[in-house]
Design a protein around this ligand. Structure first.
Ligand code: SF4
Ligand code: SF4
Length: 455
C-alpha cells in the first residue's frame, strides 16, 4: 500500500490529486491463487466494487452474490461453491491508498522520446490515451476511405500479465508447440545465424537448431514479456523432456530484462522459414512469422491461435471478410490492429461486415478478384501474341495463364513479370503493372462472429 505511489505515472498521480479521487487497491491475483481460483479474479473484484461503491449495502451485496453462486455453480459441487464464497469474502480486503496533496503540483510536461512511426505518434497514441476526440481532421489526410495501418498493436506493450513463461533450454525438444498454441503470438522460436548470435548477450541461452537445413544456426524460444497475457497455455502444452517441462510461469517482475531479447529477435533476426516447408507440419509452421499478433483477445483465447496459424500459412496474400463478433473486436479495435505484415511488407487485408451478411460480403471479394484477374488474364493473352514482347517475356505470360489459380506458383511468376515489365514503354505492359496487386492469387477467408456462423 505504501509503495503504490512509486509505481504510478506522475500524470496519473496529478489527475488523482487534482480531482479529489479516492484510490483503492486489492491484490486479487494473489487472493485468487491462494483460494484455488487460479487467475480468475472477477468475483473478488466484483465484491471489492460493492465494498467501496456502496451502491447497495455491502452486506446485502454479499448475500446476493452468494445466492447467485449457489444458483450458478450449485451443480458443480461444494468445493467450487466454497472457493467462490471465499472470493466474495476476501473481496472485502480492499484498502484505500492515500492520495497525497502534493501530487497535484507534479510537473508532467516532460516529453518522452518516442521512436515510433509518425502514424503511431500522431494517431494511435492519442487515441489510446482517450484523446482521439481532440485529433484534427488533418491527421487523417490520405485515409479518407477508412484504411488503417497494419500492426499497430505492436506499439502498445501493455505488460498486463501477472506471470509470464520462462524457458529452460535443457528441457526443450524444439517442438514449437508452445508457439503454436499461444493466442497472442508472444512466444516464438527464433533461428539465428552466426552473425545474429553475436548481437545477444553471453548470458542468453541458445540451443543448436535441430535439422540438417539449419546447420550452423542456433535456436531460442523467446517470450515477449510485455505482450504476453499470462494464460499459461504454452506451459500446459509443453511436453518437455522426461516429464520435465521446458516452460514455467514466474512473476513478470522477474522477467522485464528478457524483453530486450524479444526486441532484438524481432528487429535483428531474419526469418529462416524459407529453409523448411512451413505447410508440412506444426513444427515447421511456427518458423513463419505470425501476421496476426498481440491482439486484445481475452487471455487464453481459443480462437486466435487458429487465425494466427492461417496467417502464418497464407497471410502474405490473404483477404479476410470478418463478421461482427469477438473476432472483429480483437481483429481491429481501433486504434489497435493485430494484423500485420512480413519482411516484404505483405500481410492480410481485413474488412468488417456487419452481422449476418458476411457470407455475401466475402463472396463479393471472390467475385471482384475473379473479375479483375480475368482482365489481367486477357492482357496476358494479348501480350503473349504481341510482337512488342520477347520470347522469354511471352513464356512468363503463358506460365501465368497456366498457373493463375495456383497460389504459390503464381506468386513467383508474378514477381518475375513485374520485374521484366517495369520501365517498358508499352501500353499493355503499363496496364498489367497498374493491376499488379491482382497478379497473385488471393487466399480469401470469411471469419464468423456472434451474429453470423458464430465465432
Ligand atoms: S502465457 Fe499465454 S500469452 Fe503468454 S506466451 Fe504463454 S501462451 Fe502466450
Ligand atoms: S513446447 Fe516446450 S519443448 Fe516444445 S519448443 Fe516450446 S519450450 Fe521447447
Amino acid at each position: 500500500k505504501e509503495e503504490v505511489g512509486n509505481h504510478l505515472p506522475d500524470n496519473v498521480k496529478k489527475y488523482l490529486a487534482k480531482n479529489n479521487i479516492k484510490l483503492y487497491i486489492i491484490n486479487a491475483t494473489n487472493i485468487a491463487d491462494e483460494i484455488g481460483l487460479g487467475n480468475r479474479t472477477n468475483t473478488i473484484l466484483q465484491s471489492a466494487f460493492f465494498k467501496i461503491s456502496n451502491v447497495i449495502p455491502y452486506e446485502l451485496a454479499v448475500e446476493q452474490m452468494k445466492k447467485f453462486i449457489v444458483k450458478s455453480y450449485g451443480r458443480k459441487g461444494e468445493e467450487i461453491i466454497k472457493m467462490n464464497y471465499a472470493a466474495v469474502d476476501r473481496g472485502g480486503e480492499v484498502e484505500e491508498v492515500e492520495v497525497l496533496r502534493e501530487w497535484a503540483d507534479l510537473n508532467v510536461d516532460t516529453v518522452q522520446k518516442d521512436d515510433a512511426p509518425e502514424f503511431i505518434q500522431k494517431v494511435v497514441r492519442p487515441v489510446n490515451a482517450q484523446r482521439g476526440y481532440d485529433l484534427p481532421v488533418s491527421v487523417f489526410v490520405g485515409r479518407e476511405d477508412g484504411t488503417w495501418e497494419h500492426g499497430t498493436a505492436t506499439y502498445e506493450k501493455r505488460g498486463v500479465a501477472a506471470s509470464v513463461p520462462v524457458w529452460n533450454p535443457d528441457n526443450c525438444i524444439q517442438c514449437n508447440q508452445c508457439a503454436y498454441v499461444c493466442p497472442h503470438a508472444t512466444i516464438r522460436p527464433f533461428v539465428l545465424d552466426e552473425k545474429e548470435q553475436k548481437g545477444l548477450g553471453e548470458e542468453v541461452a541458445l540451443l543448436k537448431t535441430q535439422g540438417k537445413q539449419f546447420e550452423g544456426t542456433a535456436f531460442r524460444i523467446q517470450v515477449d514479456v510485455l505482450d504476453c497475457l499470462g494464460c499459461g497455455n504454452c506451459v500446459d502444452v509443453c511436453p518437455g523432456k522426461k516429464g520435465q517441462s521446458a516452460l514455467e510461469m514466474v512473476p513478470i517482475t522477474t522477467q522485464y530484462d528478457n524483453q530486450k531479447n524479444w526486441d532484438y529477435m524481432v528487429q535483428h533476426v531474419s526469418s529462416k522459414a524459407h529453409l523448411v516447408d512451413t505447410k508440412l507440419n506444426v513444427k515447421n509452421s511456427q518458423f513463419a512469422k505470425p501476421l496476426f499478433e498481440f491482439s486484445g483477445a481475452c487471455s487464453g483465447c481459443g480462437e486466435t491461435p487458429y487465425i494466427k496459424l492461417i496467417t502464418q500459412l497464407y497471410g502474405d496474400r490473404m483477404m479476410i471478410a470478418n463478421a461482427t463478433g469477438c473476432s472483429s473486436i480483437y481483429g481491429a479495435s481501433a486504434p489497435s490492429t493485430p494484423y500485420t505484415k512480413n519482411e516484404e511488407g505483405k500481410g492480410p487485408s481485413w474488412a468488417n461486415s456487419l452481422f449476418e451478411d458476411n457470407a455475401e460480403f466475402g463472396f463479393g471479394f471472390v467475385i471482384a478478384q475473379a473479375s479483375m484477374r480475368n482482365r489481367v488474364g486477357d492482357l496476358m493473352q494479348k501480350a503473349s501474341k504481341s510482337a512488342d514482347f520477347s520470347d522469354s517475356q511471352k513464356e512468363l505470360f503463358v506460365q501465368w495463364i497456366e498457373n493463375k489459380d495456383n497460389g504459390e506458383a503464381v506468386k513467383e511468376i508474378s514477381a518475375q513479370i513485374v520485374a521484366v515489365l517495369t520501365g517498358m514503354e508499352n501500353e499493355i505492359a503499363k496496364e498489367i503493372l497498374s493491376l499488379e496487386k491482382y497478379l497473385t492469387k488471393k487466399s480469401i477467408w470469411v471469419f464468423g462472429g456472434d451474429g453470423w456462423a458464430y465465432d
